[in-house]
Design a protein around this ligand. Sequence first.
Ligand code: NI
Length: 186
Amino acid sequence: MAILKIAKMGHPVLMRPAEPVPNPTSPEIKRLVADMIETMDDADGRGLAATQVHVNKRVVVFRPPPEDPSRPDDRDGPVLALVNPEITPLGGEMEDGWEGCLSVPGLRGLVPRYAKVRYRGVTPAGEQVDRTVSGYHARVVQHEVDHLDGVLYPVRMKDLGLLMFESEFERFLDEGAAPRAQGRAE
Ligand code: NI
């Protein structure tokens, strides 16, 4: 395994759509996913897309919250790797939440996302995934799949006045000037 270099906003690899993966269970993809998980954890992220590590393939890893209603605030569930993920918004309702991104280091922004989505994909072990999720889980999936389409979260923001440095973000929340953070997606 290896820790990979993370591309930062402005790098062309973050701006172009990634290619579908013909064989999601290949050793090459398994190795890529292992390296992406190691890279995400090393950077203390909650999600990572292949484009962020200079690989133009439709692969994401993230940690959805555990499906345990007694632990609603625990965001560090088991990691999920998805190849060729697809998202279908459900219901059309949008909600705002704070996001950060390993490719946009040091910043946070308030981003509208679909409140509820269905996502599908296949794992490197060949398992089909088909889930309907909401809240933070829906947000992190939308953030990661956006990366595969060359979209970074500031593009989704309605008010760039709510793009801020993490140090100021803490003060912003302390002063009660913003909706509470829903969570952090990478
Ligand atoms: Ni990101």
